[in-house]
Design a protein around this ligand. Sequence first.
Ligand SMILES: [Zn+2]
Length: 318
Amino acid sequence: MSDAEHHEYRCMNCGAILKATPETIVAICEYCGAPNVISGILSEEDLYLVPSVGKGKVLDEFWRRVNTDIDLKSIASKIRPVSIDGSYIPFWLSRVKLDGEIIYRKREYDGKHVRVKRVKKSFSRAIWVDIVARRQVKHLGLRELVKRYLDENPESIKLSEMPIDRWREIKLPILNLEFDRAEAEASIRDHSIDLVRREWEGKVSDIIFFSAEVKSMTKPNLIFLPLWTISYRYGGGLYFAQHDGWSGRPLVFAEPIRAFRRIIYTLGMVFSTILGGLSGYVFLHEATSLGIFILLASLSLGYFFGKRFVSDVRVERE
Ligand SMILES: [Zn+2]
């Protein structure tokens, strides 16, 4: 450690020397368990977090999932957790209201005929927009974590109001933030427009014109959400599961794909290839909407099974 990086911090509660690196924003005292805010970016008033359950509860939920899952329960005795780690991930969250206009083409099937209509609509939309307050976060499952947080709305508390006893139990590291509130506001603004556009892309197929603008947004709030990662061994492979920290339930669960599933995926690929060939024939000879339908259906089936076939890990999002 260079001199510039070295700075001695002492615990506000008991005076013990704290372990802190330039990355640390909150150091948890090894002696008394008190959290100490170190970073200059934050004031304690800004630090809200959702209390986490402990390791034991997360492991219980892991085994509950393993023992109730159709595929996993038969191999439960061969599953070995090798590590379990949790940390607090910082998110900026803002409620954004947008107005906009969209023009798209809509196809209507009327027996054998396809009619194309031009539809113009104005819309207003209010959405939650989040950004992870870090430039590089390797974790999977962050989207799922925020989504569940917004759905379930678990209680969040100020770090300064967290009883020290709870910290002694949990002691999760708190990841530093790399975006301040002003940066967060700018990127939430941009991101909200992309999100609304993507919502429309999911609903309509042929967008000719799209515009949206932010009418209002709340000041981004910083919230630290607990995320746990369990890695486990099965056979020769290493897999992982991620759990939210407030309920301990799995969010994302990577499962080994077992032999019988591979057979199902192979059959699926073969079936959709045959269907594709058949519809190609029908399509060439008679360009009906049925032909188009079968062609599209078989292409998407082939894609679905093909994508699963190449991977030996199946990721389930709860
Ligand atoms: Zn202390």
